[in-house]
Write a protein that binds this ligand. Structure first.
Ligand code: CA
Length: 225
């Protein structure tokens, strides 16, 4: 999933970026309101973490501007601790959740998981493939105590999670690349083919169907179509 992190505090931004990447997000960063507004308009993010006190343009105005122009991605707002009026302003401007500083990274990760899930499926159900469940913390597939877990590389995990969150939809290689890699990463959409093949070896070959010239579709049942 592709995430926009807007935070002007340099040490905090670096720390958050590293933790979010480790949790399997492709992270783009902005350190001021104007860049944030532009990126949020141009790029289709799965979720945004937005600090409110920002140089050049306040976070609240950035959020209002996105919502006015029908950008509906889920936004989690970072506020000063106990600043209840900031939370009220944030929700009025279209925030989906908030977190007061300082916070524990684990809480941020759980809230982001709930937000992205709710946004896509209106539920918080677990992500499954056949009899496997995706453990997002350990980034592996599990199927009870008697079956060994299937480990995934970072990219395989990002790719599989994106498929599981968008079942039954045609996903082009470009779209998959956009949501699996960061803005500044060296993107090559042909590499997606290689990773899809790795995934097929791990989960079974018929879950991810190739649509020639269009991309891939993830289907829950492993029937041949
Ligand atoms: Ca700030």
């Amino acid at each position: 999933m592709r995430l926009l992190l807007v935070e002007d505090d340099v040490p905090l931004r670096k720390r958050l970026k590293a933790s979010l990447q480790k949790a399997g997000f492709a992270v783009d960063c902005a350190d001021n309101g104007r860049d944030a507004e532009y990126l949020g308009m141009e790029i289709d993010y799965d979720v945004v973490v937005l600090d409110l006190g920002l140089p050049e343009k306040p976070g609240i105005e950035v959020l209002q501007s996105w919502r006015q122009r029908k950008r509906i991605m889920p936004v989690l707002v970072l506020t000063a601790r106990d600043a209840w009026y900031e939370r009220v302003d944030g929700f009025k401007a279209g925030a989906d959740d908030y977190l007061g500083k300082p916070f524990h990274i684990e809480e941020l990760l759980v809230r982001l998981q709930v937000l992205t899930r709710r946004h896509l499926t209106d539920t918080t159900h677990q992500l499954t493939v056949g009899h496997y469940t995706l453990n997002e913390e350990k980034q592996r597939l599990e199927a009870g105590q008697n079956t060994p877990p299937v480990n995934l590389t970072g990219i395989e995990f990002r790719l599989l999670r994106y498929f599981l969150l968008h079942p039954g939809k045609i996903l082009s290689k470009t779209r998959l690349t956009d949501h699996v890699y960061e803005n500044d990463a060296d993107k090559d959409s042909n590499v997606i083919e290689v990773y899809v093949n790795h995934l097929r070896k791990k989960i079974g070959k018929n879950y991810i169907v190739t649509r020639r010239g269009q991309g891939y579709i993830f289907q829950q049942s492993e029937e041949n179509t």
